[in-house]
Ligand binder design. Sequence first.
Ligand SMILES: O=C(O)CCC(=O)C(=O)O
Ligand SMILES: [Fe+2]
Length: 390
Amino acid sequence: MAPDASGGSAYSSSSASKSSRPYSQTPETTANLEWAELVNLKLSKFDQPGGKEELAQQLKYAVHNVGFFYVSDFGLSQEEVDFQFKIGQEFFELPMEEKVKYAADHKNHSYNGYNGPAVFEGGSQIDNPRHNIESYNIPKFTPDFPPKESHPTLIQNHWEMIESFARTIHTNVIERLLVIFALVLELEDEDFFKKQHAYEPKGEGHMRYMLYRARDAKINEAAKDLYSTGHTDLGSLTLLFRQPVAGLQVLGNDGKYRWVKAVPGTITVNIADTLSLISGHYLKSSIHRVAIPPPDQRHLDRYGVLFFIRPNNQEPVAVVKNSRLLERNGVYENLEERQPPLTVGEWVVARQKHIFKEGYKLSTSGEGKDGSERAELEAEVAGVKVKYWE
Ligand SMILES: O=C(O)CCC(=O)C(=O)O
Ligand SMILES: [Fe+2]
């Protein structure tokens, strides 16, 4: 699949899965919601003369103050994107006995494979109806990770297409965004972040099929009308392909959550903790959460296709050197460098251990012993302060 391939009929004819039902996007909500105003970067501009500099200019405010934006013109057709939603939908329709065969190995701190109530905390959370999130994570398509044959037949049947999708995202979106960030920070080497995220070396970035099952009204109320509470993501960037089912909200600097619209033809992007740390907190790791959808969409299961991007494991979690912007902002003046630096691999494992240990307490309202609302949570993970919000 070339980045600009339109896809054509390959998608229906190569589907070897049980269901021939095509994936169809749902209608947009008619609810009057307060939407966040986010910029959209047309990535097709990147290779035009002066294009990447123009994109960096366009992104300057958002990366420091908002942490969320959209990208469009990334060289994948809607049909190709919808096909990924279809794979995700069919995966979650598999019987639970089948899905748990591919459970992520939390004991060994791995997130890859199937995650859901039956996997977290040894299944002790399975009967709590608040827990409505399932995911299937696929790591990079490199020899460091288990081969095609280790995945469910459904995934195997579409393996090459999934790999091609993931690699196209890497080349067309991730690498370009990382150069744009380097330009924003005025780095000496505009490929610095891109090299830290090279596709072949070992790293824990992954793609994810995700599902939030619709819940009934009483359970929504018990969970404070949230599917997941406020958090920052741990990697460098998160990319979200979305159905037009509203739910995602971003916390503004005014302390107010606003809805993030699923704009057709775009990917929603948010900056996460690792890029924030590497940029001396200049790049903003956005605080976001998922609310229950508005009334006209509340009965819908909500699917997502996401990419959680991380630098490679051997890279240091250390503030980038030679940034003229950080220099002007005084970031280097009182910088205390950790020796030896924490590596991204150590950081990711520590964060994942923390997530697996704390489980739903980190992401679900009303997880206190008495079902009460939990307060903001703070913890120190690998010597770094992490925080969770309502
Ligand atoms: O489903 C969404 O819209 C957001 C998901 C999210 O924030 C996450 O999985 O970290
Ligand atoms: Fe998130």
